[in-house]
Design a protein around this ligand. Structure first.
Ligand code: UD1
Ligand code: CA
Length: 465
């Protein structure tokens, strides 16, 4: 029998006190709902759909890259049962089982869902509820059992004092037999302190009808942690972070202080790379083998080759760093930057839309923007590409083996040919041909005895200062 998947994501998430839809809050670089969708996809379901409602357009936009994802719309947020009912146009004619997931329960593992489906199919249940036993069950719906079997689920806010003591909770994840589902959903009365149509109310209806109702308990209660508040979001983040770090360490990465190492889900790191405390690796970053990332480095959507040293406190965003290069401390690599093999980018150097060729060096205090720099180039301290004329950006092109003296301004568009020299302190406004020396600075004048004359009260003239 085919499995279908539906994810509930229409709720307001009031308790987050945020203008962003709850399921779009991010953990390890991905929206909550993306974590859930990825896990769902491991089931290879016949169809996957999401119920959207509150700020639906934002949620749909964020999920636009999922080609075959279906959407159901819940105009008014009248509870989880009502949300599921909105999927009837998509699923009403289907048969088989439907796995319902919550957009705010992101830690659920594929193996657990498989176990849920297996039990569900083996027992021919009308519904199988995923449960967990928590030390602190506060906030969750409680599993009420009669003669050991699930009899009903009671929400925290509607629970009696005695029911609140129950430690077994509803994980908010279910497998349903599609055949009786939508008919029965319509029978759930609006109940509870907030007059909503609770999906767990279906259990009561099925029990009354004598339909088989089953439960599967998770091994690790963390898997069903729901996110209703910023505090819970932070707690789940910590769990995700820890497991990503463990995955990297198992693959041979040295992490000096996992508690302060933040690595997004999609980041990869090669073996024997050493990550010092306070490193943040975001997005689709790829780090090679045997690299060293020193404290306070943040790398976003970038590719770093093997044997690269990134010294303390660098920010690297959408850049590529080739094998054997050294960057930092305090370097800023901005989007569309390429640092060549064994190249050096030193302290207080900013690169933007710039390629620095193999073996080239820009070691101190420079801004290189919109520049193509060849191989074996030495960019002296304090070099600035003047790439912006107030209206447009212009490119600077520097050939191979060029020596750019310290304190040079390169007023783009400008080209410096292969092997050329640029004298320190030059303001280069015209191209420098290959093999030439370009000098563009005022000549120095020394006035002998000037200091003594001034001390003796002679008029040395203000213009000489
Ligand atoms: C729900 C369960 C509770 C369970 C807990 C597990 C109900 C009534 N309660 O409580 O038994 O222990 O999850 O995490 O189901 N949603 C909609 N439309 C709505 C309301 C909610 O799509 O009208 C979506 C939300 O976006 C969310 C999910 O359903 O993804 C769960 O809703 P939420 O309000 O967080 O339910 P809980 O109070 O956590
Ligand atoms: Ca919830």
């Amino acid at each position: 029998m085919p499995n279908h998947v539906l994810i509930l994501a229409a709720g307001q998430g009031t308790r987050m006190r945020s203008s962003r839809p709850k399921v779009l809050h991010r953990i390890a670089g991905l929206p909550l709902i993306e974590h859930v969708l990825r896990t769902a996809s491991t089931l290879s379901p016949a169809s996957t759909a999401v119920v959207v409602g509150h700020l639906a357009n934002q949620v749909r936009e964020e999920l636009a890259h999922h080609a075959s994802l279906g959407f159901a719309h819940q105009t008014e947020q009248r509870g989880t049962g009502h949300a599921l009912l909105q999927a009837e146009p998509l699923l009403g004619r289907q048969r088989g089982s439907l796995v319902v997931l919550s957009g705010d329960v992101p830690l659920i593992r594929p193996a657990t869902l498989q176990r849920l489906i297996k039990t569900h199919e083996r027992t021919n249940a009308a519904v199988t509820v995923l449960t967990a036993t928590l030390v602190r069950p506060y906030g969750y719906g409680r599993i009420v059992r009669k003669d050991g079997r699930l009899s009903r689920i009671v929400e925290e806010r509607d629970a009696s004092e005695g029911q609140r003591q129950l430690k077994e909770i509803n994980g908010g994840i279910y497998a349903f037999d599609l055949a009786p589902l939508f008919g029965a959903l319509r029978e759930i009365p609006a109940t509870g302190a907030v007059n909503e149509i609770y999906l767990p109310g279906l259990v009561t209806i099925y029990r009354r009808r004598g339909l088989p109702v089953e439960t599967v308990e998770v091994d690790n209660p963390d898997e069903v942690r729901g996110i209703n508040s910023q505090t819970e979001l932070a707690e789940v983040r910590r769990i995700v972070r820890q497991s990503k770090n463990e995955e990297l360490m198992a693959a041979g990465v040295t992490i000096e202080d996992p508690a302060t190492t933040y690595v997004d889900t999609d980041v990869t790191v090669g073996p024997d790379t050493v990550i010092h405390p306070g490193v943040i690796l975001e997005g689709r970053t790829i780090i090679g083998s045997r690299c060293e990332l020193h404290a306070g480095v943040r790398i976003v959507d970038s590719t770093v080759g093997d044997d690269v040293l990134v010294n303390n406190h660098c920010v690297i965003h959408r850049a590529t760093i080739a094998h054997g290069a050294r960057v930092g401390p305090f370097a800023h690599l901005r989007p569309d930057t390429q640092v060549g093999e064994a190249a050096r980018v030193g302290n207080f150097v900013e690169l933007k839309k710039t390629s620095l060729g193999d073996g080239s060096k820009a070691n101190h205090l420079s801004y290189l923007g919109d520049a193509t720099i060849g191989t074996g180039v030495n960019v002296g301290a304090g070099t600035i590409t003047c790439n912006y004329d107030g209206d447009e950006k212009h490119r600077t092109t520097i050939g191979d083996r060029v020596f750019v003296g310290s304190g040079t301004e390169l007023v783009a568009p400008v080209t410096v040919g292969d092997d050329a020299y640029v004298a320190a302190g030059s303001c280069i406004t015209d191209d420098v041909p290959a093999d030439a020396l370009g000098v563009a600075r005022g000549r120095q004048v020394n006035k002998e005895g000037w200091v003594t004359q001034r001390k003796q009260g002679h008029d040395t003239g203000p213009s000489d200062l």
